[in-house]
Design a protein around this ligand. Sequence first.
Ligand code: SAM
Length: 245
Amino acid sequence: MNDIRRLSAGLSLAAIVAAGAVSVCAGSGDVDVETLRHAMVDTIERHSKQSSEQISNRVLEAVSRVARNEFVPAEFADAAYQDRPLPIGHGQTISQPYIVALMTELAKVDPADVVLEVGTGSGYQAAILSRLARRVYTIEIVEALAREAAGRLERLGFSNVEVKVGDGYKGWPAHAPFDAIVVTAAPEQIPAPLIEQLAPGGRLVIPVGPRDAVQRLTVVEKNAEGLITKREVTPVRFVPLTGEH
Ligand code: SAM
């Protein structure tokens, strides 16, 4: 393992992965990051095969290309490829990888699509969406998180993502309509502005329900005539959508 360097805070994974030489300490010794990432993707695939929602190879490929360890605080680098949410500061979390993959799948993102994400957090979900869409707009209400995520996404070369600080309940009217909207914090009711900002044929993927309790991951679709349908997919637990809307 002499060509494998230890991952350290502040080191650009983009640069090191290009050299094929990264490792993290995963409890029982050093393991290279790509092996961990592929194991995580295998876990997501297994999980998906046991559920009624199949995750496509296209989404799995996007997940396999994004270095999650770049999006978690240095103290959690060892856990970056476990299939679980992790703290990112300010009382917030980076979501469980399986749920990120599932929400991405449900959003049915095409290469020509313009996507809105509400709840940038670490920027991880936005990074995965950016590999599948033409453009991603993402809104974060905690200014420090938004700034960190914007810097991280830029450093890692995700150039088709724009981050703004604000209340995502209101969407981002200047860039609407959106082909897909992914919301990663839970409101009690679906925000009307997000439905309004869906393009005909658009998909809104959103956890809906009370704070500190189980919510329902819901897919809202707007057809070509503007007709709205809703489908509940699975129980989930997200941080609440905050703000004074
Ligand atoms: N998508 C994120 C990622 O990949 O790291 C995880 C998001 S975390 C589960 C939810 C995020 O939504 C938090 O960062 C939180 O601050 C943010 N949030 C909560 N209410 C919001 C609102 N009204 N507008 C925008 N962001 C909000």
